[in-house]
Design a binder for this molecule. Structure first.
Ligand SMILES: Cc1cc2nc3c(=O)[nH]c(=O)nc-3n(C[C@H](O)[C@H](O)[C@H](O)COP(=O)(O)OP(=O)(O)OC[C@H]3O[C@@H](n4cnc5c(N)ncnc54)[C@H](O)[C@@H]3O)c2cc1C
Length: 377
């Protein structure tokens, strides 16, 4: 029998997936007075949201569709305040740091500069030993595992419930409503549901009674693997993000340096390989010679929730009136979290959306296709 989720002043909501997309959605909904339960198959935030780098910007922002820029720039403008509020609620620090990003090897500097001017992004052309570069002083980063921890704590303190090791399975439905989700820990009923299952959001969920596909997966969302290396230097050796030809270095305040990444179409396989480790290490050492004599202290891979053109789906599910989606943020789910969760919560409550929701609609996603072959980057 379905166990009803706790009822709050507003509706009860069950969020599927406790990565940054599910956690930020839960946080936004709790702040609007909903009673929220999060269902996580594994541990909180241990998939893409842990594996990523935490740069708070598209890597070469001028290379993306305006639709991505709108969501990204809104998030970036509000990020410091968003984090500050979460940290205050949680009582812990997510290491937000406006460390800037230096971009080498830009093919069309004038185009990049024109984009920055048009979008109010500070950018200074520079030249040095490594050649010409563009300095973007406003770009920030967050230590994503710490953001996840802060969100988790804030959610719990706001009264949210998080069930880990509880995979969402089949759905019980009636007409255009989902009534309950079966989990490995029993059945959970709610008035509304949010799908935020990252790279798994493209997978349909079956019907509880006959196991046929019932809750269709989000169009074209699929896993795109990214491998990362971690080094440990003395604090201060690197104090800004570096980027060249798809490779980036991200310093943490305690001297850790992350090096990424790859874009690999390898299904749900999170394995790593030595050829990639050596390539990433060699390219990183060209940008930061201090890395040449060191061995990485860790090498891992994560699965991004890939979507064509990096455009997420933030919308009501087309088949069910009480199911919503916040998925497909691909390379920038940490960056896009504040504006995405704000938009999702507005759509769920029927309040004015903070930006035009049309490009993030399910129907819009149906029109998009994966076209370009993936390049290692
Ligand atoms: C190598 C790498 C580098 C990156 N660098 C950056 C960066 O610098 N900046 C940036 O903004 N973004 C970056 N990203 C992208 C970013 O990490 C993702 O876009 C973001 O974390 C996606 O969050 P999510 O919550 O949608 O997915 P996830 O974090 O993957 O969370 C989805 C969750 O759903 C759970 N789940 C799945 N199925 C079920 C089910 N049936 N029942 C219950 N739970 C389920 C999973 O266990 C998982 O915890 C990077 C990603 C990678 C891999």
């Amino acid at each position: 029998m379905a166990e009803p989720a706790a009822l709050g002043e507003k509706s009860s909501v069950v969020v599927l997936g406790a990565g940054v997309s599910g956690l930020s959605a839960a946080h936004a909904l709790l702040q609007r007075g909903h009673a929220v339960t999060l269902l996580e198959r594994g541990d909180i935030g241990k998939e893409s949201s842990w594996a990523g780098g935490g740069i708070l910007s598209p890597l070469l922002p001028w290379d993306y569709d305006e639709v991505v820029s709108q969501l990204a720039l809104r998030s970036m403008a509000g990020y410091a305040a968003w984090i500050e509020a979460i940290e205050a609620q949680a009582g812990c620090n997510a290491e937000f740091w406006r460390c800037g990003m230096r971009v080498f090897g830009i093919a069309h500097t004038e185009t990049a500069l024109a984009w920055c001017r048009a979008h109010d992004m500070e950018a200074q052309p520079e030249s040095g030993q490594m050649g010409a570069s563009l300095w973007l002083p406003g770009i920030a980063q967050v230590r994503n595992p710490r953001l996840v921890a802060a969100l988790r704590e804030a959610i719990v303190r706001l009264g949210g419930v998080i069930r880990t090791h509880s995979a969402a399975g089949a759905v019980k439905t009636a007409s255009r409503r989902v009534l309950a989700i079966q989990t490995t820990q029993g059945s959970l009923a709610a008035e509304q549901f949010v799908i935020a299952t990252g790279a798994w959001a493209g997978v349909s969920l079956p019907d509880a009674s006959n196991q046929s596909d019932r809750l269709a997966g989000v169009p074209h969302v699929r896993p795109i693997r990214g491998q990362m290396l971690l080094f440990k230097l003395e604090p201060g050796v690197l104090d800004t993000i570096l980027y060249r030809n798809g490779l980036y270095l991200i310093p943490r305040r305690d001297g850790h340096v992350l090096v990424g990444s790859t874009l690999e179409d390898a299904g749900f396989d999170k394995s790593t390989d030595d050829v990639t480790r050596r390539r990433l290490h060699a390219e990183a050492a060209e940008l930061l010679p201090a890395l040449a004599g060191l061995q990485p202290i860790r090498h891992w891979a994560g699965l991004r929730p890939g979507s064509p053109d990096n455009i997420p789906v933030i919308d009501r599910h087309p088949d069910f009136d009480n199911v919503f989606v916040n998925a497909g943020h691909y390379r920038y789910g940490v960056t896009l979290a504040p504006a995405s969760s704000e938009l999702l919560a507005a759509l769920m409550d029927g309040t004015p959306p903070p930006l035009d929701p049309a490009p993030y609609r399910w129907q819009a996603a149906l029109q998009r296709r994966w076209v370009a072959p993936l390049q290692p980057t």
